[in-house]
Design a protein around this ligand. Structure first.
Ligand SMILES: [Zn+2]
Length: 313
């Protein structure tokens, strides 16, 4: 990937969490869908857009499908809603990173998208999105896919990562968990418990969703908040929160998936030849198959593209 020149010439600031008083969200009168006050950053970030080639089909399609800047405002609000909370009578507010600007860069490049911090000042973020990728998404789901990719990348602009020491798979898993919670689930995603818990993306995202359902609302927020300060130490990190190791939780997740599969299999058998149910399943299977190749390519490309992201965060 060709190096991207720095776009900001700003004074250096430390890329470390600010003292709690400086980054405490200010409660306001709006609320989230679950009636919690909507968390707000200490100050509204500057939003920028760079279009490298306005005539490219991908750029034109992006601009016609998504209303700027409101879709980016909504994207940020959605990310903060899932990752942060304002203070209540019993719990303190979580700490929103002091992100000062987000630049969306639409350009031709391999892969899908990646996010990086500026070298000079890590509070400034850049989301690079491939216009080649945009133009290759089937039109029927292009808008949802774009909103989903933006939601994932926007998480990287606002999440903690234990000063760069958190496992890349956990960082990516949190990004896809927010995408999942926001309702932008691509047809090829599925729960699976083979491999390692920190394989990343939706693989880890669904595991986090399992933890959220099992241990209660706010569990993933707590995980993100736990990555705010200090270095990541696996045993202490998970033991302190859940009373056991992450591998144990992963094994329990695998068992819960097996139970779910057995239950769904039983229900399908009982349902017999239900016409409507049968049609739905056929469509889903077909959709999944169609996505398979693209998915592998996309995940690989995303992972490659995001190596830069992970190393810079
Ligand atoms: Zn990512």
């Amino acid at each position: 990937m060709p190096p991207t020149p720095p776009y900001f010439q700003l004074p250096m600031t430390p890329a470390v969490p600010k003292p709690s008083s400086a980054s405490h969200p200010t409660p306001n009168t709006t609320t989230t869908a679950d009636q919690r006050p909507l968390p707000q950053p200490a100050r509204k970030p500057l939003l920028r857009l760079q279009l490298h080639d306005l005539s490219s089909p991908g750029a034109a399609s992006f601009l016609s499908l998504l209303a700027l800047p409101s879709c980016l405002d909504e994207c940020i609000a959605g990310v903060l809603q899932h990752l942060y909370s304002t203070s209540t009578s019993t719990t303190p507010a979580s700490h929103i990173p002091p992100t000062r600007s987000v630049s969306l860069v639409l350009r031709s490049m391999p892969g899908v998208a990646f996010t990086r911090s500026l070298d000079l000042d890590a509070d400034h973020k850049e989301i690079h999105l491939s216009t080649d990728y945009v133009s290759h998404i089937p039109e029927s789901r292009r808008r949802d896919e774009l909103l989903g990719v933006l939601r994932h990348e926007m998480v990287h602009c606002w999440q903690w990562n234990a000063c760069g020491s958190a496992p890349g798979g956990l960082v990516e898993g949190i990004a896809d968990w927010v995408r999942l919670r926001s309702g932008f689930v691509p047809p090829h995603w599925k729960r699976e418990a083979d491999g390692d818990w920190d394989a990343g993306y939706q693989h880890t995202g669904y595991f986090l969703e399992y933890l959220e359902e099992r241990f209660g609302e706010g569990t993933v927020r707590g995980i993100n908040e736990g990555l705010r300060e200090g270095k990541y130490e696996e045993e202490a990190f998970w033991g302190r929160r859940f009373g056991c190791g992450v591998k144990e939780l992963w094994a329990e997740y695998g068992k819960s998936l097996k139970r779910r599969e057995d239950k769904e299999g039983g229900e399908e058998k009982e349902g017999g030849q239900d016409k409507e149910g049968g049609n739905e399943k056929d469509e889903y299977t077909k959709g999944k198959g169609e996505e398979k190749e693209g998915t592998k390519k996309e995940d690989r490309a995303t992972q490659e593209a995001e190596k830069q992201d992970e190393s810079s965060q």
